[in-house]
Ligand binder design. Structure first.
Ligand code: SF4
Length: 64
């Protein structure tokens, strides 16, 4: 599984990083630093799904 952020939608709410900061790091201004294609380590898929769902701006998504 991989995850991605649409930086044009991210509003720096930070809810993703509350779920798991290692999966959903933030930059110095509080915006997501996930990038366009981030690998999710094996066993962390559930946390990735929770983090994506936690984003109120719907800026995050999972990739196949
Ligand atoms: S929860 Fe959404 S809007 Fe907030 S920092 Fe994460 S990706 Fe950006």
């Amino acid at each position: 599984m991989r995850i991605a952020v649409d930086s044009s939608l991210c509003e720096a709410h930070g809810q993703c990083s509350v779920v798991d900061y290692d999966l959903f790091p933030l930059d110095d201004d509080g915006y997501s630093a996930v990038g366009p294609d981030r690998e999710v380590p094996a066993g962390e898929e559930a946390a990735a799904e929770l983090g994506v769902a936690a984003c109120p701006a719907r800026a995050l998504r999972t990739l196949p």
